[in-house]
Design a protein around this ligand. Structure first.
Ligand code: CO
Length: 149
């Protein structure tokens, strides 16, 4: 009987786990070769709070190989990246720009940073992009943010 209960319990956990497969963390690494470790990330708009974690696994200083994670609607990504270059160091981000849904600090090799933002700033099924706004990086350092319920 115990065994059946254990199996039933595991099955139930599996079902619940699938139904609530809510992903509330976006975790990315950047390196000295101007690359993120992922081309796409997935996150749930129903999360009360979404965490964006960035780790720079390289060793170059922020002024030479700075990385951040900026999330915008895909249609805004190029314009925001251009505005970021105009805004200049150290953050390379336009201040108070509503097109910026979330953005971490700019960091250098060996550093880590994270931020949180409300999940309801994203819409399930929407078209979002993450990128690094350091000058010259956004063309390569970018990927898709898939948003589920
Ligand atoms: Co970068």
């Amino acid at each position: 009987m115990k065994r059946y209960l254990a199996i039933f319990g595991l099955a139930l956990l599996g079902v619940v786990g699938t139904a609530q497969a809510q992903n509330c963390t976006i975790s990315l690494e950047g390196n000295d070769r101007m690359q993120f470790d992922k081309k796409s990330v997935s996150v749930s708009a129903s999360c009360p709070t979404i965490t964006v974690e960035l780790k720079h696994t390289g060793s170059l200083p922020v002024a030479a190989m700075g990385h951040n994670v900026v999330i915008t609607e895909t249609g805004d990504a190029n314009d925001v990246a251009q505005a970021g270059i105009k805004a200049g160091a150290p953050n390379y981000l336009p201040g108070g720009d509503a097109r910026v849904i979330a953005a971490t600090d700019m960091i250098g090799g060996g550093q880590s940073t994270s931020i949180t933002f409300p999940g309801n700033k994203l819409t399930a099924g929407g078209d979002y992009t993450f990128f690094c706004s350091f000058p010259g990086h956004s063309g390569i350092m970018r990927g898709t943010v898939e948003v589920t319920n």
